[in-house]
Every structure is written in C-alpha cells, then in structure tokens.
Unconditional design. Structure first.
Length: 138
C-alpha cells in the first residue's frame, strides 16, 4: 500500500475534514515535526478514537526533509491524513489552518518532538565519542 496517498495539501485536508464532520466523525489534529517518533505519542494518537490528521511543521535544523517527514508520518497506521505544503507553514499560517480545521482535539507535539530529537543527537554524539575514544586507545 502506498501510504503517500494519505499526504494532502491543506485545501484537500480541509475538504476531507468537512466530509468527516458531515458524517459525524470526530477529528484529532497533531502538529509536530516528525523528525523522531516516540511510541508514547503513537499510543496517545491511537487512544483518541478519532480520525487523526497530522500537520507536519518545519523544525529548526531538521534531520529529514519535509517530504521524508510527511512520508514517515503517513506510514503510521494510526494517522489517517498528513498535511504539509512544499512551502512549510509559518507558525501564524499553521495557527490559521488549525482554527479553520477546528479539530475536536489538538495534540501539540512540537516540544516533545524537539526533546526527542535532542535526545537522539546527544545519544549519537556520545556513542561516536565513545567509539572514537576506543579506537584511540588501541
């Protein structure tokens, strides 16, 4: 299954949300960077019992391209739709989109995503430092 079909432009996402609302379906929106994923966030999304829209924002110094992060989010079974634009939304534009989408629940994962990213970077640096020290001692 090509999960990239779950990736929508903002206007297509709004159309999908309107159709879901018309059928009485609740909507959860998660906003974040999706550079590093954590199981706790996936469990949180699954527990909502709603259709999940993920809005992929651009973090400072991303590890992956926006397209790669959108595809990563789309590959998650718990996410129904991924929204991103080739020109990443600014904070103001994202806020306007969120207001227009009017989700029943909004999960802001930006801080968690940044913390997970920093933890991963620290871990990689520590492992690299330990490995380099081990090579020098031989």
């Amino acid at each position: 299954m090509d999960t990239r079909r779950k990736i929508l432009t903002p206007s297509k996402a709004l159309e999908a949300a309107l159709a879901l609302r018309a059928s009485g379906t609740s909507i959860t929106l998660i906003t974040g960077y999706f550079d590093v994923l954590q199981p706790s966030l996936i469990r949180q999304m699954a527990a909502t019992g709603a259709r999940v829209f993920a809005l992929v924002l651009d973090p400072p110094d991303p590890l992956l391209t926006t397209q790669a992060r959108a595809e990563l989010a789309a590959a998650l079974q718990v996410i129904d739709y991924v929204i991103y634009s080739s020109t990443a939304p600014s904070e103001l534009a994202a806020a306007g989109f969120v207001a227009t989408l009017a989700p029943d629940r909004h999960i802001r994962a930006e801080k968690d995503h940044l913390a997970a990213r920093e933890q991963l970077i620290r871990h990689v640096v520590e492992r690299h430092t330990m490995s380099a020290a081990g090579r020098q001692s031989h």
